[in-house]
Design a protein around this ligand. Structure first.
Ligand code: NCD
Length: 307
């Protein structure tokens, strides 16, 4: 597969061997960084980060990744300071930014915005989250984290917990996990079940169970992937209030967990993991944050064609 110039919009655009390849390159870069310090592969290249929605980890880890590759970064972290405020279209913004940069990272509240940007731009576009739809780079770093912790993905029993309806991270992740030999527990309130079309696709490939019962499911799990209820995506505040605080992972809930259970979360968390869990061996979410840098270095280097 030729990576140079490739867009990264949906995990569906990837084959299993594409995914494995990115993870391998990321591993190599992590080693190289450890041995040599900052690298030079992207010297002279410019990354543009266009964030139309709030972000801490995704934007900063892309920026950090680009700096560690020797490249530089321009961008904005809020649309309110740009000409979008004056009524400029997304297509015009993209056509402008591509005159200044070599690769574009976009996060946008509208589903499909990243795909549109990729159609307009000649340079590679990477989706950093489009509405409730997809977050493919988060998925790659999630898989990288699981591989690092367990040495494999095959054979694991994985629970996805929380807002499976509006959470884009779990949509991408579930689709990617279907490439592996995993058993999946989808744990959510009734109102926040995984969309039907994703469930149907998963059922054809792997064993999945839908449940509302966290405590009964925990003892079976190797990985528990927790998500925040995506308040900003609810069309109706009433609906949010009905599911708010549905689950909290705390020491009490974890008393029947396997010792080897690892807990992940794309972050930010609100109240769904109690901070007392942070100091247990179960907590993997800060190592997961770290994985963002090598994985995004790999994606940048490959799409720029400098690796
Ligand atoms: C997630 C996102 O933006 O979808 N955050 C992230 O990128 N790590 C999860 C969330 O906002 O809940």
């Amino acid at each position: 597969m030729n990576w140079k110039g490739r867009d990264v919009i949906s995990i569906r655009d990837f084959s299993k061997s594409d995914i494995e390849f990115v993870l391998k390159v990321a591993e190599r870069l992590e080693e190289e960084l450890k041995e040599k310090g900052p690298l030079e592969y992207a010297r002279g290249k410019i990354l543009a980060t266009l964030f139309f929605e709030p972000s801490t980890r995704t934007r900063l880890s892309f920026e950090s990744a680009m700096h560690r590759l020797g490249g530089s970064v321009i961008g904005f972290s809020s649309a309110s300071s740009t000409s979008v405020k004056k009524g400029e279209s997304l297509a015009d913004t993209i056509k402008t930014v591509e005159q200044y940069s070599d690769v574009i990272i976009i996060r946008h509240p509208m589903e499909g915005a990243a795909r549109l940007a990729a159609e307009v731009a000649e340079i590679p576009v990477i989706n950093a989250g489009d509405g409730s739809n997809q977050h493919p780079t988060q998925t790659l770093l999630d898989l990288y984290t699981i591989k690092h912790a367990f040495g494999r993905i095959d054979g694991l029993t994985i629970g996805l917990l929380g807002d499976l309806k509006y959470g884009r991270t779990v949509h991408s992740l579930a689709e990617a996990l279907a490439f592996y030999d995993v058993e999946l527990y989808l744990i959510s309130p009734e109102l926040l079940r995984m969309p039907r079309h994703i469930i149907e696709e998963l059922r054809e490939k792997i064993t999945i169970h839908e449940t509302t019962d966290l405590e009964g499911t925990i003892p079976k799990l190797d990985v528990l992937y927790v998500t925040r209820i995506q308040r900003e995506r609810f069309p109706d505040e009433e609906e949010y209030l009905r599911v708010k605080g549905s689950y909290q992972v705390n020491l009490e809930v974890l008393k029947n967990a396997k010792e080897s259970l690892r807990i992940m979360h794309p972050l930010p968390r609100v109240d769904e993991i109690h901070p007392e869990v942070d100091r247990t061996e179960h907590a993997l979410y800060f190592r997961q944050v770290f994985s963002g840098v090598p994985v995004r270095m790999a994606l940048l280097g490959l799409t720029l064609g400098v690796l």
